[in-house]
Design a protein around this ligand. Structure first.
Ligand code: HEC
Length: 175
């Protein structure tokens, strides 16, 4: 009888301790999961996702492919840029990925690119310029003073006029 009581109270203690342990584990895993996934963009399961996962990795992390948000025009320019880096895809894959990106990574409110103040990095990502083009733009700006209009920008050697034209709504000539 005595032993039965002792062992049942031991069991109870044991159960409580186990309960605490489980709780601690759940909390720990919970925190770990939250911090591990915080800031990560979760990809929506929609048409175009498998194609994106196929063609947008290889040169950089897949995450980089959808690290920005922009409008259709912007995504089109980004994809053309990737093609110029050597990205390969079929026309169907290209279209599926473009549609996926436009739908799932649309611009909320795109800040304007201040062409007279922007750094090389801002010019590269904001206007989908290549590094060499961003550098040429800054060199030109340093030499000739601030840009006043779209036409001024088109004078920069190596800049593709139609690309700049496509982004004209995003340009700010603020000095
Ligand atoms: C053939 C190689 C290659 C493939 C494939 C590729 N990229 Fe890139 N991507 C690059 C390189 C190189 C950079 C870095 C650009 C730089 O340093 O200017 C880059 C950078 C980026 C950036 C950062 C912004 C920018 O313009 O630099 C985005 C966004 C991006 N890639 C999206 C994509 C998407 C979307 C796909 C698939 C449709 C893709 N990439 C596939 C080579 C590639």
């Amino acid at each position: 009888m005595k032993t039965a009581v002792a062992s049942s109270s031991l069991n109870k203690k044991h159960t409580i301790r186990l309960g605490f342990l489980t709780l601690a584990c759940v909390l720990f895993v919970g925190f770990w999961l939250t911090s591990a996934t915080a800031g990560k963009v979760i990809m929506q399961d929609e048409p175009g996702k498998p194609e994106l996962q196929k063609i947008c990795k290889g040169c950089h992390e897949l995450e980089k492919a959808y690290s920005i948000k922009q409008d259709r025009n912007g995504w089109q320019l980004t994809m053309e840029k990737m093609v110029s880096f050597g990205m390969k895809s079929t026309d169907e894959e290209y279209k599926a990925v473009l549609d996926y990106l436009v739908k799932n990574y649309a611009a909320d409110e795109v800040p304007k690119v201040k062409v007279n103040k922007a750094t090389a990095i801002e010019l590269e990502s904001g206007l989908s310029l290549k590094r060499s083009q961003a550098k040429a733009l800054i060199d030109y700006r340093t030499k000739n003073g601030p840009f006043k209009s779209l036409d001024d920008l088109k004078k920069v050697p190596g800049i593709e006029a139609e690309k700049i034209e496509a982004r004209k709504d995003r340009l700010s000539f603020e000095q």
